[in-house]
Design a binder for this molecule. Structure first.
Ligand SMILES: [Zn+2]
Length: 251
């Protein structure tokens, strides 16, 4: 359920039953002339929509902007190289606010630049600072106490920054992994599989020469995109379903 559509008593019930919160994070960045600039935001949003339809969760307003370093294009192409410090401060404020409401299971679903990228570092720094603020009142040496005696035993995993496939189980080390790339086959078919009306494959011809990362875009298969989205949704749904208590009245 969207946080902004919930009434106070619904929010208090969700807090009491440890319902998880999901925040979608991405970027607004040129992904080729055939894809929308919000591709990195729209893909995790599609996963989040699928998860929300399947398991109980609170979806907070998203974080669509992040640093792109102007890698792919200029602002006139829709590229937004958002200030990393602003993302960090905004995210920290958002996490503080969600914590103040009482939420104790918060997931940021991120899809841009990978695990070592600047956007992820900003999000993880914000999460770590809110964790640090939380434990400050517990007294020095709190880690010596038995975890079950702490006010929040799982404090280090309380806020997680994860990817669209972080909770999906690949069959084995040699298994086919979800193709991502940048605007090429991987992301093109993920957008074809979720928001086909935003894709215009014919527009690829307007970019000459094509950068190497767009060379395989024509090979995108919408059905494969839908298969990968389902793979991601199933993993997130299983993760979020863990730990939520039964509906009020049955406890
Ligand atoms: Zn992308």
């Amino acid at each position: 359920m969207q946080l902004t559509r919930m009434r106070p008593e619904q929010i208090q019930d969700a807090v009491r039953r440890h319902v998880p919160v999901v925040i979608v994070a991405g970027s607004v960045e040129f992904h080729g002339p055939h894809l929308p600039v919000g591709t990195d935001y729209l893909i995790p949003q599609a996963v989040c929509d699928g998860v929300e339809a399947r398991v109980e969760c609170v979806v907070a307003p998203p974080l669509p902007f992040s640093s792109t370093m102007a890698w792919a294009a200029s602002p006139t192409d829709g590229e937004v190289d958002f200030e990393p410090e602003a993302l960090f401060v905004y995210t920290r404020a958002l996490l503080r606010a969600l914590a103040a409401i009482g939420f104790r299971r918060i997931y940021i679903m991120q899809h841009h630049q990978g695990p070592e990228g600047l956007p992820v570092l900003c999000l993880k720094r914000a999460a770590a600072e809110v964790v640090r603020e939380t434990v400050h009142g517990w007294g020095a040496g709190w880690g010596r106490r038995p975890p079950e005696e702490l006010p929040l035993p799982g404090v280090f995993s309380w806020i997680q920054v994860a990817y669209i496939d972080s909770f999906s189980a690949y069959p084995g080390p040699e298994a086919e992994r979800i193709p991502i790339g940048h605007g090429g086959r991987g992301e093109t078919q993920l957008i074809q599989g979720s928001l086909p009306e935003t894709v215009r494959m014919g527009a690829l011809a307007s970019l000459v020469p094509l950068p190497p990362w767009l060379a395989d875009a024509e090979a995108a298969v919408p059905a494969e995109g839908r298969r990968w989205l389902e793979f991601c949704i199933a993993g997130w749904a299983a993760e979020l379903a863990r730990g939520t208590l039964a509906a009020a009245g049955s406890q």
